[in-house]
Design a protein around this ligand. Structure first.
Ligand SMILES: *Cc1c(COP(=O)(O)O)cnc(C)c1O
Length: 454
């Protein structure tokens, strides 16, 4: 299978090249040339384990990797999940389920994609006899998940920048207490935006990029989106057949990455009724799905920090379909958005999408209510998904993080702190971080010194 850029000015690439490239050189995002149709295979998929299902799904896209190799990559990617179901679907009440996506090594849903991406990168290093250096910036969860995806993998090194003192202590420990030789937690003196700006400059330096075979791990990577399709399919297959035609997935989201994966799966012949886009007070996507207008606003820090984003970078993939798969139209929309900060979509499908917006005060009261009504502890991101389930649908709320990652917010809502053994273990381990100024030259010098090469 080949993959095309949403902006239409990059030659079609095979799976491994599209994954290694990340952002297409024309500024667009990769999508499959044609979407497969899985509708005839759903019955056969029912009896597969999570890893088997993921393999059957990914093999349709990753046609340039031999099947048995792909199988072992996929199986290895889901060995570090603490729950045997990998993504357990739990009934909470009438027409209400929660899909727990936080049993991976960093206790948030990003592990589903980044465990797989790490193994795909490591595999490429072996077959191409190359090394890879990953450089990224994080405000919390992504960096930790990326680090745990590459931890100890030969031929790779990972450098993650984060604003010193501005990520939660547990998040910092997930990045800085791994003990792995190939992991570098870089605490920069500045904000997340300063770190991002420095990164942007470093990535624009082509010779530096090539010299270190530098790669980014951002949320737009093709492999991340495809890996995320699988848990929607897995959850759908766990439902009683009588409920399958009426499902609405409720997705706490910022970047649109997670919802996009579910929507793509629907386009591949899985009869999902709809999606609810659940935002926090940073509500660009709520406004979009209620008014049709996509307009950037200011980011205000919230109790659900991993959804505090301004531009939903994965949204461009949805735009591509929305404008009839016409790359020229995508370029037009993105240009309008870039110059004016807004774009209004003439035709929006209100059948498939609904949206909700949840303030910090509501997050706190939802955590209290969900705990009282169902005996269930939702983390602040997941809480946005419980705002108001549609009574006419079977709702599956995606639980994107373990509540144990947000002890203060949970204690304030229910009077006690959830704990998790892997986080407790981290508290006694030594922190190894490198303090750096948030300047391109300091970061470049650090990478020069520590990058892997052959
Ligand atoms: C990253 C993240 C989100 C948002 O994911 P999107 O890709 O923006 O949809 C939600 N919850 C948690 C816990 C996260 O880490």
């Amino acid at each position: 299978m080949k993959f095309l850029s949403t902006r239409g000015q990059t030659p079609a690439l095979g799976f491994s090249d599209a994954v290694a490239t990340g952002l297409a050189p024309d500024g667009g995002l990769f999508l499959p040339e044609t979407l497969p149709d899985f509708s005839g295979q759903l019955a056969a998929f029912e009896k597969l384990s999570y890893a088997e299902l993921c393999f059957e799904f990914m093999r349709v896209f990753a046609t340039d990797i031999p099947a048995e190799t792909l199988r072992s990559i996929v199986v290895a990617s889901y060995t570090k999940f603490a729950d045997p179901a990998i993504a357990p679907l739990k009934p909470l009440g009438k027409n209400l389920y929660v899909l727990e996506l936080f049993h991976g090594p960093t206790l948030a849903f990003k592990d589903f994609a980044l465990q797989l991406l790490g193994n795909l990168y490591a595999h490429q290093c072996v077959v191409r006899r190359e090394t890879i250096n990953v450089l990224g910036a994080t405000s919390g969860d992504t960096g930790a998940a990326a680090i745990h995806g590459l931890l100890g993998k030969p031929g790779t090194a990972i450098f993650i920048l984060y604003p010193d003192g501005r990520v939660s202590p547990l998040q910092e420990r997930q990045m800085a207490c791994t003990g792995a030789e190939n992991v570098f937690a870089l605490a920069v003196d500045g904000s997340f935006d300063d770190a991002q700006a420095a990164l942007k400059e470093i990535f624009s330096d082509q010779s530096f990029r090539t010299r270190h075979r530098l790669s980014a791990v951002n949320s737009i990577n093709l492999a991340r989106v495809l890996a995320q399709c699988v848990y929607y399919l897995y959850a759908w297959l766990r439902l009683p057949p009588s409920e399958r035609g009426n499902v609405e997935f409720v997705v706490p989201t910022g970047n649109f990455g997670n919802v996009l994966a579910g929507w793509l799966l629907q386009q591949m012949g899985v009869p999902i009724r709809g999606f609810k886009v659940a935002t926090n007070q940073n509500d660009i996507l709520y406004r979009l799905f209620t008014t049709g207008e996509y307009r950037v606003g200011d980011v205000r820090p919230s109790l659900a920090p991993s959804m505090d984003i301004q531009v939903a970078s994965n949204f461009e993939r949805f735009i591509y379909f929305n404008v009839g798969r016409d790359p020229a139209r995508v370029r037009e929309v993105m240009q309008t958005f870039k110059t004016t900060g807004a774009y209004t979509f003439p035709n929006f499908n209100r059948e498939t999408f609904s949206a909700s917006r949840t303030s910090d005060a509501e997050i706190a009261s939802i955590i209290t209510r969900v705990h009282r009504d169902y005996g269930y502890i939702a983390d602040p991101h997941t809480a946005c998904g419980f705002k108001e389930p549609n009574p006419d649908r079977v709702s599956i709320v995606l639980a994107t993080a373990s509540p144990a990652k947000f002890p203060e917010t949970i204690r304030a809502a229910i009077g006690r702190e959830p704990t998790h053994p892997s986080l407790e273990a981290l508290k006694s381990r030594a922190i190894k971080k490198h303090l750096l100024p948030a300047t391109p030259s300091a970061i470049r010098a650090f990478v020069d010194q520590h990058a892997v090469s052959r």
